[in-house]
Design a protein around this ligand. Structure first.
Ligand code: DCS
Length: 515
């Protein structure tokens, strides 16, 4: 029967060349009535998802890259992607030890005894030993692992957390993930019972949060970060925000905190962290601590990193019932292995039955990719003093860190030097989020073009300079204020030139739209 239908279809296609063309055409824009799946019929929640980091500006940047490759004349020679915290795309060199280990894991033939002599000329002993250890546990990077992640790697993550915080960690409560993103999505999915579930998110925020809430149809409950106070949390605003949401029937259950902040770059003080924990305890709210930038700390004396877990532990018995999930990633820090997709989350105080449900949920995806898991192992258990690779590892991490620190200062100074622009320094993370006062004429021109004014500014910047940043409206901002987010990842030897481009563009933009 099926064959008969297939044959009938084939012959009718043969009989009608017009049909054949449309059936095999690569166009995805056929009239909606021909498709079961159309814009009208598809999942509404997916349509509601917005993710500015890879939105209109990034798409335009892509098409400009194609233009440049086709030698079309443009006023710049290169598109610089400052829209995304993707260090290796801007030529940050990978950490040598990490790549040595992963390359051996990928090609175990290198490890066979007969190659040992040659191998020792190419690889340090500790990289070889680590690859052999990892392969003993994973067997092959091409094999599915445990759904929570390779047990020995989770044990290493637990040791790393114990060393960082001085607090025990349970490997059974640590799940390895495909970047922090998939961890955040998993946890938000589990927390969201229905559309009345409220999740507190900062404004401005990293749009993974708003996008995921749209997808799962949860209600975002915004709280504002205080730009005039170095983007600090304002506890009164948080209290008011929960109160208001609850009075409207929203079941506020979780609070997302990004520390150090994205896009804002602020580092929370110990005092602020205590206040947040106390708030969650009082209001019975689950704390989701996004700590992916925990090593991107540029003023360690004044604003060191404190994990929420450590401070929670220090707050003692009274706070034992606080429910906390913390996220980490291999994409950030000095590692920048974004494309490898590795990360983890740790749950503290989460009901064991819920942990089991999360385990079941992630099992349906089989496992996080094993290459990413290996990087999590290396991030949390890097070469130690006395190991052959230690000096080079330290040297590489230190050089990237010092350079990021210098570039963070330079970019904030660059924006602060521009007319009508103010920019808080980045205490951490990889971004600055300057506030731009736009001339009325520019705001009107934007309106006419059907764009948000800050988007309009960023599009003009991209056209003039090839620098792709993201408009503040993609992250949320106080009403009638305009911002942009730029990474400070462009190469250091070109950084002055990069700042010069931004300054020149800004002056030209102001001249063009002078009120
Ligand atoms: N949390 C925060 C605060 C982030 O900034 C990012 C990535 C993630 C989670 C997820 O990262 P991974 O899934 O790679 O671990 N930051 C995006 C950004 O704003 N620019 O680059 C990506």
């Amino acid at each position: 029967m099926l064959n008969a239908i297939a044959l009938a279809t084939k012959s009718s296609l043969r009989a009608s060349p017009h049909h054949a063309k449309s059936f095999f055409s690569y166009s995805t824009r056929s009239p909606a009535r021909n498709k079961v799946l159309s814009l009208e019929s598809m999942n509404e929640a997916v349509k509601n998802v917005e993710y500015a980091v890879r939105g209109e500006l990034a798409l335009k940047a892509e098409s400009l890259r194609v233009d440049l490759a086709q030698k079309k004349p443009l006023p710049f020679e290169r598109v610089i992607g400052c829209n995304i915290g993707n260090p290796q795309q801007l030529y940050q060199k990978p950490i040598t030890f990490f790549r040595q280990v992963v390359s051996l894991c990928e090609n175990p033939d290198l490890l066979v005894p007969k190659n040992r002599e040659v191998l020792l000329q190419l690889y340090p002993k500790d990289a070889i030993v680590r690859a052999e250890m990892l392969l003993r546990d994973v067997i092959s990077v091409g094999a599915y692992s445990h759904s929570k992640g390779v047990p020995s790697i989770r044990r290493n993550v637990a040791k790393f957390i114990e060393k960082r915080d001085g607090v025990p960690a349970n490997p059974e409560h640590i799940f390895l993930t495909q970047g922090a993103s998939s961890g955040v999505q998993t946890i938000l999915q589990v927390i969201t019972k229905n559309q009345h579930t409220g999740i507190m998110i900062p404004i401005p925020q990293y749009p993974l949060y708003s996008a995921t809430l749209s997808l799962f149809n949860a209600t975002p409950v915004p709280y504002y970060l205080d730009e005039s106070n170095q983007w600090a949390l304002n506890m009164d605003d948080m209290e008011a925000s929960v109160k208001e949401a609850r009075s409207k029937g929203t079941d506020v259950r979780a609070l997302c905190i990004i520390n150090p902040g994205n896009p804002t770059g602020q580092c929370l003080s110990e005092e602020n962290i205590r206040q947040v924990i106390d708030f969650c305890h009082r209001e019975r709210i689950i704390l989701l601590a996004d700590e992916v930038y925990q090593t991107n700390i540029y003023q360690p004396g004044r604003k060191p990193f404190h994990s929420f877990k450590k401070i929670l532990h220090q707050m003692g018995e009274e706070y034992k019932d606080v429910e906390l999930v913390s996220f980490h990633s291999i994409s950030k820090g000095m590692i920048g292995e974004c494309g490898r997709r590795g990360g983890y989350f740790e749950m503290v105080g989460i009901d064991e039955d819920v942990v089991d449900q999360i385990y079941k949920l992630v099992s349906a995806n089989l496992c996080p990719n094993v290459q990413g898991q290996i990087l999590v192992d290396l991030m949390t258990n890097p070469p130690q003093k006395g190991d052959e690779s230690y000096p080079q590892y330290q040297e590489e991490i230190g050089a990237i860190y010092e350079s990021l620190k210098r570039r963070a200062v330079k970019l904030a100074n660059c924006f602060n030097g521009m007319e009508g622009v103010t920019c808080n320094e980045a205490e951490g993370a990889m971004y600055v989020f300057p506030k731009i006062t736009l001339p009325q004429k520019a705001i009107e021109a934007a309106k006419k073009a059907g764009k948000e004014p800050d988007n309009y500014y960023c599009l003009e910047m991209l056209d003039a300079t090839g620098v792709c940043v993201v408009n503040g409206s993609g992250f949320g901002q106080a009403p009638n204020t305009w911002h942009l987010r730029s990474t400070f990842l462009p190469e250091e030897h070109l950084f002055d030139e990069f700042c010069g481009k931004l300054e020149k563009f800004h002056a030209q933009f102001l001249a063009k739209y002078k009120d």
